[in-house]
Design a protein around this ligand. Structure first.
Ligand SMILES: Nc1ncnc2c1ncn2[C@@H]1O[C@H](COP(=O)(O)OP(=O)(O)O[C@H]2O[C@H](CO)[C@@H](O)[C@H](O)[C@H]2O)[C@@H](O)[C@H]1O
Length: 804
C-alpha cells in the first residue's frame, strides 16, 4: 500500500486535481516544487505560508501521487492532519483509504478513460502525420523540379513588383546568391536571430504543408480543449500528446491566446504538463516496456516545440513604463513585448507597472495595501488585465496618477519616492494579487527588474525577505537598458529608500563626477542574481571607463552574472503588413511581396502629410528618438549644411531637451523646402515615418540596443548608424561586392563620418537600384521577433533559479 512520506522527503508528487471542481479562488493551494523535489505548499492568497508536504494537512483540490507505485491518492476536501503523518505514512494512508475508497475507484475509472482517449488521439496523430509527410515529400519533389539549377546566376533585378504571391515567391528563388551563401551572410548578424525560413527555397515550397500541419495541430488542440472541459478531473490529453512531442504547437499557446483567463490555475496547468511529461515517460519506460504502439515513430524533420519544457517558471517583470499604456522610449516597448514572448514559451508571466492614467481595460480588484515611503503611509490599489497570456498588474496610488506624459518628471527625491513605492508593492504582488484566481506565490519565481527605476527591487527582495529567511526560492534579474541614468543622489537620501543602516554600503559610491553619492543602480547590480543588458556590444562597453558611467568597476566585479541579449521587436505592432497606422491618409500596408508598390505609396503619403514635395526620386532620410545627448542630434545639426546641399529630404521626430527641440524647429525654419521637424511624441508618426522614409539615421553616441533600426529593417528602410553598442550588433554593413549586409555604419560619432556614410548611401540609392532593393529585402527577411531573445532570457532565468 502506498504511503505518504515524511515532510520534506522526495517521495511524493503533488498534483493539482480538478476533481473537486473548485475554482481558483483565494484559499486554495498552489503546489511549488523545491529544487530538491521536496514539496512545499503555499496556501491562501493574501496570507502566504509554507506547509511541508508530510505534515498531514489535506488541501482541497489536490491528489497525492506516490512516486514509488505511481498510484494516485485523493486528498479531497479535508483539512486537518492525522498526527501520524509526521511519523511516516501508514496511519495517514489508512486515513485516506477509509474515506477515499469510492473516490479512489472513481479516479481509477477516470484514469482508464483518459488513457483510452489518449490512445485513440495518438493513433489519429500518427495517421495524420503519415498523411502530412507523404504530402510534404510530394510537394518538395515538385518544388525541386521548378528550382533553377543555377540559382546564383539570377539577380535581384528579376524581382518585380508582381503582387501575385505565388509568382513573387517563385521569384525569391532567383536571389543573386544561393541559400547557403545568404544564410552565411545573414548569420553574420550577431543578433543571432534565425533568418526567416521562407528565405530558404525549400521552405517557401513547403509552406503549404506547414500550414496543413499547423491546421491539423490546431484541430487536435481544439478537440483537446473540448475534452478538457468534459473530462472533469482528467489530465488534458493535449498535454500528454504535447509532452510526448507529438504536437507542433503547444497547447498552452492556444490557451494563452484566449483573452479570458481560464478559471483553472495556470500554475497548476504548467505543473500538470510538467509532471505529466515526466511521469508519462517514467511510466512508459518502467511499467509498460512492451507497449510501444502508442508512441509515434520518430521523424527527423519534426522539431520539438519551442517551449520552456521543464524550465517553466513564474516570471514577474517590473518596470516604470509599459507600452501601450505608458511609453517614453524603448523600455516601454520591451516591457510590453518580452513578457508575451516568455508567455508563449509556456511561462506564467506578469508585468507590474504604475497606473499613470485611467486606462480602459484593466479592472480594479478590490484590494488595498499600505506601504511606508519616506515615513509616510501610502495606500495602493491594484488593477488587473490579462492579454496575450500575460497578467498586467497596475499599481494605483495618488503619486503615480496623471503622470503619463511626465513619468520621470519632478524633483529627484519625488521620483525616488515613486520608485520606492513601486518596488515595495511589486515585490509583494505575488502574495497579494490573485491572477486568474490564484496568486503567483514566491516559489519558482523570478523578478525581472529594469533600469535604475526598479533596481531597488532586488535590494528589497534581499534585505526584507531573503536575508530574513523568506522568499528563499525567489530570484531577481536586473536588466540594464541604459546605464547613463542611475538614480544618483546625496547619501542622506538613503532614508527614503527605507532600509536598515548597514545596507547603505550597497548604495554608496564614489566617482569623479558625483563624488560620494547614493547610487540606486549600483545597489541593484550588486544584489540581483543575474544581470542582463540589451546587446553583446553594450555588455562589453559597460565594462569600460567610458561606457560604464562610473559603474564599470561594479559591472566588472559582477561580470560572471552579466549577459548581453539583443532585444527583439513586437512583430504584431511593428509589421508593415498589418500596421494600423498605415491604413489611412494615403498610406498602405505592404509586405515583401508588395514592397515595390507599397513602400513608394507610403513615401508619397509621408511627403504629402508633412508638406514636402512629393518626389519619389529623392531619398527621404529620417530621425526618430528622444532628444538628448545620447542620440547625437547635434551631430545631425553639424551635417545639415552638407545634407541640404544634396537632393534629399530630412524628416525628424523627437521630444526631450528643450534646447534640442528648439534646434529641431530651427532646422525646419532654415530649410523649409527640405526639412520637416515634428517636435512631440507621436506613435502614429513614428510608424508612418518608418514606413515612408528610405533611410533611418541613428548617430547615437552610445546605444545599448536601439529599436528603431530594427523597426526600420522590418519596413524596408535602410539604417545608417554609428557602429556602437546594439547598433553594431544589428546593422551589418553593406558590402557592395558581395551584396550583403543591411545598412551603412560609421565608426566615430562625428559629422564628417556621418556625411561619408550618407554619401555612399545616396550613391547606392540613386545609381544602384538593385543593390538598394537587395538591402531592403535582406532587412525585411530577418526574424527580429522576441522569440529568440525570450529563449535566451529563459536561460538567464533558469541560471538565476539555481543560483544560491
Ligand atoms: N518622439 C517620439 N514619438 C514617438 N515614438 C518615439 C519618439 N521618440 C522615441 N520613440 C520611440 O521610442 C522607442 C525608442 O527606442 P530606443 O530603443 O531607440 O531608445 P531608448 O533610448 O528610449 O531606449 C533604451 O532602452 C532600449 C530598450 O532596451 C534600448 O534599445 C535603447 O538602446 C536604450 O537607449 C522607439 O519605439 C521609438 O519609436
Amino acid at each position: 500500500m502506498a504511503s505518504l512520506g515524511r515532510a520534506g522527503t522526495a517521495a511524493f508528487f503533488l498534483e493539482p486535481s480538478r476533481s473537486c471542481g473548485q475554482p481558483r479562488a483565494a484559499g486554495f493551494c498552489v503546489p511549488v516544487r523545491c529544487r530538491l523535489n521536496c514539496l512545499d505548499l503555499h496556501s491562501r492568497a493574501g496570507e502566504f505560508r509554507f506547509l511541508r508536504a508530510g505534515n498531514g494537512e489535506r488541501h482541497m483540490g489536490f491528489t497525492w501521487r506516490d512516486r514509488g507505485t505511481g498510484r494516485v491518492l485523493p486528498a479531497v476536501g479535508r483539512k486537518g492532519a492525522a498526527d501520524g503523518a509526521e511519523d511516516g505514512g501508514e496511519d495517514d494512508m489508512g486515513d485516506v483509504d477509509v474515506d477515499g475508497d469510492e473516490v479512489l475507484k472513481a479516479t481509477i475509472e477516470k484514469t482508464k478513460r483518459a488513457l483510452s482517449v489518449q490512445k485513440s488521439l495518438l493513433e489519429q496523430i500518427v495517421e495524420r502525420r503519415k498523411l502530412v509527410s507523404s504530402m510534404k515529400e510530394s510537394v518538395i519533389k515538385t518544388g525541386k523540379e521548378t528550382v533553377p539549377p543555377n540559382k546564383s546566376d539570377a539577380s535581384f533585378s528579376s524581382l518585380s513588383s508582381d503582387t501575385t504571391s505565388g509568382m513573387a515567391r517563385n521569384k525569391y528563388k532567383k536571389f543573386s546568391y544561393s541559400t547557403s551563401e545568404a544564410a552565411e551572410t545573414l548569420s553574420a548578424n550577431t543578433n543571432g536571430a534565425a533568418i526567416k525560413k521562407k528565405f530558404q527555397n525549400e521552405e517557401v515550397e513547403v509552406s503549404g504543408d506547414a500550414k496543413e500541419i499547423s491546421m491539423l495541430s490546431s484541430k487536435i488542440e481544439s478537440s483537446d480543449d473540448e475534452k478538457k472541459e468534459n473530462e472533469d478531473g482528467l489530465l488534458a490529453e493535449s498535454s500528454i500528446a504535447e509532452s510526448l512531442g507529438l504536437l507542433r504547437e503547444p497547447s498552452s499557446k492556444v490557451s494563452q491566446s484566449k483573452a479570458v483567463p481560464s478559471l483553472l490555475p495556470k500554475v497548476s496547468e504548467a505543473f500538470t504538463a510538467k509532471d505529466e511529461q515526466r511521469e508519462e515517460s517514467e511510466e512508459k519506460s518502467q511499467d509498460d516496456p512492451d507497449d510501444k504502439t502508442d508512441v509515434a515513430p520518430k521523424e527527423e524533420d519534426v522539431k520539438s516545440p519551442p517551449l520552456a519544457g521543464l524550465n517553466v517558471m513564474n516570471v514577474i517583470l517590473v518596470a516604470a513604463e509599459c507600452a501601450p499604456w505608458s511609453k517614453t522610449g524603448g523600455l516601454g516597448d520591451v516591457a510590453g513585448a518580452l513578457p508575451k514572448a516568455l508567455a508563449r514559451r509556456g511561462h506564467r508571466v506578469m508585468v507590474v507597472v504604475p497606473r499613470y492614467g485611467n486606462y480602459s481595460g484593466p479592472q480594479e480588484i478590490g484590494l488595498r495595501k499600505r506601504y511606508k515611503v519616506d515615513g509616510q503611509d501610502m495606500e495602493v490599489t491594484y488593477y488587473l488585465t490579462y492579454i496575450d497570456g500575460v497578467d498586467f498588474v497596475f499599481i494605483d496610488s495618488p503619486i503615480f496618477r496623471h503622470r503619463e506624459s511626465n513619468i520621470y518628471g519632478g524633483e529627484r527625491a519625488d521620483i525616488l519616492k515613486r520608485m520606492v513605492l513601486l518596488c515595495k508593492a511589486a515585490v509583494e504582488v505575488p502574495w497579494h494579487v490573485p491572477c486568474g484566481g490564484v496568486c503567483y506565490g514566491d516559489g519558482n519565481l523570478v523578478f525581472i527588474a529594469n533600469d535604475w527605476h526598479t533596481a531597488l527591487l532586488p535590494v528589497y527582495l534581499k534585505a526584507y525577505y531573503r536575508d530574513n529567511g523568506s522568499m528563499k526560492y525567489t530570484r531577481s534579474v536586473l536588466v540594464i537598458h541604459n546605464i547613463a541614468h542611475q538614480g544618483r543622489g546625496p547619501v542622506d537620501e538613503f532614508r527614503i529608500v527605507d532600509l536598515p543602516g548597514h545596507y547603505v554600503d550597497l548604495f554608496r559610491l564614489y566617482d569623479l563626477v558625483g563624488g560620494e553619492h547614493l547610487n540606486i543602480f549600483a545597489a541593484g547590480l550588486k544584489t540581483a542574481d543575474r544581470v542582463v543588458t540589451v546587446s553583446h556590444g553594450y555588455s562589453w562597453e559597460l565594462k569600460t571607463l567610458e561606457g560604464g558611467w562610473g559603474l564599470h568597476e561594479i559591472i566588472n566585479e559582477n561580470d560572471w552574472k552579466l549577459r548581453g541579449i539583443v532585444n527583439g521587436i513586437d512583430t504584431e505592432d511593428w509589421n508593415p503588413e498589418v500596421d494600423v497606422h498605415l491604413k489611412s491618409d494615403g498610406y498602405t500596408n505592404y509586405s515583401l511581396e508588395t514592397l515595390n508598390m507599397g513602400k513608394p505609396q507610403c513615401k508619397a503619403a509621408l511627403q504629402k502629410e508633412l508638406g514636402l514635395p512629393v518626389r519619389p526620386e529623392v531619398p527621404v532620410v529620417a530621425f526618430i528618438g528622444r532628444l538628448d545627448h545620447q542620440k547625437g542630434v547635434d551631430i545631425i545639426a553639424e551635417a545639415i549644411p552638407w545634407m541640404v546641399s544634396q537632393d534629399m529630404q530630412l524628416v525628424m521626430l523627437g521630444t526631450g531637451r528643450s534646447d534640442l527641440e528648439d534646434m529641431l524647429r530651427s532646422f525646419q525654419g532654415n530649410h523649409c523646402g527640405k526639412v520637416r521637424s515634428w517636435v512631440g511624441f507621436s506613435v502614429k508618426m513614428a510608424h508612418r515615418i518608418t514606413a515612408g522614409a528610405d533611410v533611418l539615421l541613428m548617430p547615437s553616441r552610445f546605444e545599448p540596443c536601439g529599436l528603431n533600426q530594427l523597426y526600420a529593417m522590418m519596413y524596408g528602410t535602410i539604417p545608417l548608424v554609428h557602429a556602437v553598442g546594439g547598433l553594431r550588433d544589428t546593422v551589418v554593413p553593406f558590402n557592395p561586392y558581395e551584396e550583403s549586409g543591411f545598412g551603412w555604419t560609421f565608426d566615430r560619432a562625428k559629422a564628417g563620418k556621418l556625411i561619408d556614410a550618407l554619401r555612399n548611401c545616396f550613391n547606392t540609392f540613386w545609381n544602384y537600384k538593385e543593390s538598394w532593393e537587395g538591402l531592403q529585402r535582406r532587412g525585411m527577411l530577418q526574424d527580429l521577433s522576441w522569440d529568440h531573445a525570450a529563449q535566451l532570457y529563459e536561460e538567464v532565468l533558469v541560471a538565476a533559479k539555481y543560483q544560491w
